[in-house]
Write a protein of this length. Structure first.
Length: 305
């Protein structure tokens, strides 16, 4: 598919849809798919508005387009930030995808993040630009929390606003020029990749730093520093994020106690606190949401228990 379209849709029209939420004056967050875009008659994950900077995080699927001879080839885990300035947008190919987008006016972004973090010279007139990259571990963790809050029936504005600001920071960090990783040799990167695989092989019990370092043949200091440099997160934070993702999956078919036990927790309150830290809500509340969504899907498919 190829579409030539002058970007003309408005943030006002988007904010009228249930999957777009205005967080404050000049900043809106949206979660949408290809089907949503077709309903909105928009051909781009960078809906046009010359007054807004757009930040996108592709959750799943594939999207390929060209803007002003700049290729946008986005798969799951890709992020970008751009200012379209009314340029023609040529959509070439896209699968059914899910994308989180933040639309923010330049003056609002400047007040929130500043020039040092964004690398944008706000003293000059805004001109077309697109920056692309891959999300780091912190951005992936933060976007999971935003999506969880966006998918709740009753969206909590304060929690959602806080979660989006947290995500915005990590999104901008991920797009900053990468620092040199020259101190990591190819062999060390391979060892760290093996360490990560071993770390996540059993989410009910994390190995100690000493055990993991010995297993892959690096010292503990190199393991901790190298892991942070290569994966953008600490060993423990990586383990906890994957552990809570597994918890969310288990809660679809198990109660909170069963889920906690399956993940190696002997104290249910410790599990609940860790889950709330990750997703912004307690596992009991998450389970109710998951059960409601499951029953709703069955009803829509004509399946009745």
């Amino acid at each position: 598919m190829k579409v030539d379209q002058k970007e003309e849709s408005s943030v006002h029209n988007q904010s009228e849809m249930s999957n777009f939420v205005e967080l404050q004056s000049g900043m809106t967050v949206g979660l949408f798919s290809r089907a949503d875009m077709e309903q909105m008659d928009i051909q781009s994950p960078l809906p046009s508005n010359k007054d807004y900077i757009h930040l996108n995080h592709f959750i799943k699927g594939h999207f390929n387009a060209v803007v002003k001879d700049k290729n946008l080839n986005c798969d799951s885990g890709y992020i970008n930030m751009g200012f379209s300035d009314g340029e023609l947008f040529h959509v070439q190919d896209n699968d059914d995808f899910c994308n989180l987008e933040i639309m923010v006016r330049p003056e609002v972004l400047q007040s929130l993040a500043g020039e040092e973090l964004t690398g944008i010279d706000f003293d000059k007139e805004m001109a077309f630009f697109i920056r692309q990259g891959r999300a780091n571990q912190q951005a992936n963790s933060a976007v999971s929390r935003v999506i969880s809050l966006m998918n709740q029936r009753d969206k909590h504005p304060l929690l959602l606003h806080s979660a989006v600001l947290d995500y915005l920071y990590w999104h901008l960090q991920a797009l900053k020029p990468a620092q040199s990783k020259a101190f990591l040799s190819t062999r060390e990167k391979r060892q760290l990749a093996i360490a990560k695989d071993c770390l996540l092989s059993d989410l009910s019990s994390a190995p100690t730093i000493a055990e993991l370092a010995q297993l892959v043949g690096v010292n503990q200091c190199k393991l901790k520093k190298g892991f942070k440099e290569l994966f953008g997160t600490s060993v423990y934070a990586c383990f906890q994020e994957e552990r809570m993702k597994k918890a969310m999956h288990l809660l679809k078919k198990n109660n909170v106690t069963e889920t906690a036990v399956a993940l190696g927790y002997s104290n249910i309150s410790h599990f609940s606190n860790a889950f709330r830290k990750q997703y912004g809500l307690l596992p009991n509340d998450a389970r109710r949401e998951l059960m409601y969504d499951h029953k709703l899907n069955q009803h829509e498919l004509g399946i009745y228990s």
